[in-house]
Ligand binder design. Structure first.
Ligand code: R5P
Length: 329
């Protein structure tokens, strides 16, 4: 095993690298920092093996690799791992994996026999590949932080979303209520409700099978004659959101807004969402959204960029300054 580069405790300049998963976001982060993205080759050989080569040396530098791990998940994850190892073998002083959307977050516990905890495996792989630190946004569950033994900045984009809601939507709402799409999001939902200064209600959801299907069962709290802000960490197939929207509408909700951090939008999620009686969908750019999926939601979709947030946290990490200060912590 090679020595951990953070043991050198000498960090040179900042170097930003991007994988191929989301070049636009990486460029926005670089622009925020006033830095260039460093050159590298990423080649997929005919035998489906990936090859990475850096254009310049990173010896002694403070390196950040920006790679979101949405679909194609296996490709994007492997690319990240190979980039981390390349940087480590080139003697970077410190390497931070910047992962706006961390894959396999929902495989975070052994809640039935004979299943893996893949989220833990992903954390181990990132560490073994060479990361000294990691940075991510709104992982599916808090315990993901405990799967890493390297330090990390586990951030939330919920401040960006609540600021947007407070400035653009909140003034027009009638008797608003925040409703979490499931009980797993109750704690974060409560923080969002408190930031918007509205009451909270919850949906009890169950997944009976190991597939994408979910069943929204009951609403705990009142939505009758109220504008509803449905909140969740991600929309994957859109099944949970669709069920939740129908449930609150049946419960007498007026307008419905759907707010979520990660627009995973697998399969026909965008079509499914487009058909819902929802006034607005508010999300972020932790995951790239192809133009055809955006077009389906048209003006009803607002995407808030996380680039300034990630850029600022990278700057502070590089300068050894507090990140908590940004959130008055
Ligand atoms: C699951 O527990 C999460 O909080 C989301 O509700 C889930 O990932 C959404 O998945 P889908 O859109 O496929 O229902």
């Amino acid at each position: 095993m090679l020595p951990r580069s953070h043991e050198m405790r000498v960090y040179g300049g900042i170097k930003l690298y991007a994988g191929t998963s989301f070049p636009d976001l990486a460029q926005k982060i670089a622009d925020h920092l006033g830095e260039e993205l460093c050159g590298r080759d990423i080649v997929l050989f005919p035998n489906d093996n990936l090859f990475v080569k850096l254009h310049g040396s990173v010896r002694g530098q403070d390196v950040y690799v920006i790679q979101t791990t949405s679909a194609p998940v296996q490709r994007n994850l492997m690319e990240l791992l190979i980039m981390l190892q390349t940087l480590r073998l080139d003697s970077a002083a410190r390497i931070t994996a910047v992962i706006p959307y961390l894959c396999y977050g929902r495989s975070d516990k052994k809640d039935q026999p004979r299943i893996p905890i893949t989220s833990r495996l992903v954390a181990d792989m990132i560490e073994v590949a060479g990361a000294d630190r990691y940075m991510t946004l709104d992982p599916h569950a808090g315990q993901v932080q405990g799967f890493f033994s390297i330090p990390g900045d586990v951030l939330t984009a919920s401040h960006l979303i609540t600021d947007y809601v407070n400035q653009n939507i909140r003034p027009d709402l009638t008797d608003p209520v925040v409703v979490t799409v499931d009980l797993g999001y109750a704690k974060k939902g409560r923080n969002i409700a408190s930031d918007i200064d509205v009451p909270i209600a919850f949906i009890e959801k169950r997944r009976a099978a190991n597939d994408a299907s979910a069943e929204a069962l009951t609403i705990i709290g009142s939505v009758k004659d109220r504008d509803v802000i449905l909140v969740d960490d991600e929309i994957d197939t859109g099944g949970s959101a669709a069920q939740a929207v129908h449930l609150v509408k049946e419960g007498g909700a007026r307008r419905v807004y759907v707010v979520f951090v990660h627009p995973v939008f697998s399969a026909n999620a965008a079509e499914r969402l487009a058909a819902l009686p929802v006034t607005k969908f508010i999300t972020t750019d932790t995951v790239p959204l192809p133009p055809e999926k955006r077009a389906l939601l048209g003006d009803r979709l607002t995407v808030i960029s996380v680039a300034p947030l990630l850029g600022e946290v990278i700057r502070r990490a590089h300068e050894g300054r507090s990140v908590g200060e940004m959130f008055n912590e």
